[in-house]
Design a protein. Sequence first.
Length: 95
Amino acid sequence: MKRVLIPLLTVLALPTAVNAQSYAQRQWKIVMDLNLNVIEFIKRKDYKAACIKQKQVNELIMVNFEFFQEMAPTFDWFELREMNLDAEKDVCSKI
């Protein structure tokens, strides 16, 4: 029985790990796209839109924090979060 269950559990767990990785990658792409929009809104001096988009960036980083840590474990995600919170304060203060 054990010989059947262990491979079965391994096979069932694999798609979850692969899906979690691809989920994190998709979420990271959204974060990067939002950051590009923040930059463009700032260039156009539309600080309200930039503020809204920066808040979305920060929310996605917070919600997906553990997924991002798994995706790139050597990256300092805490520093990235702190930098983006500072960016939010800066951009939103210009409204």
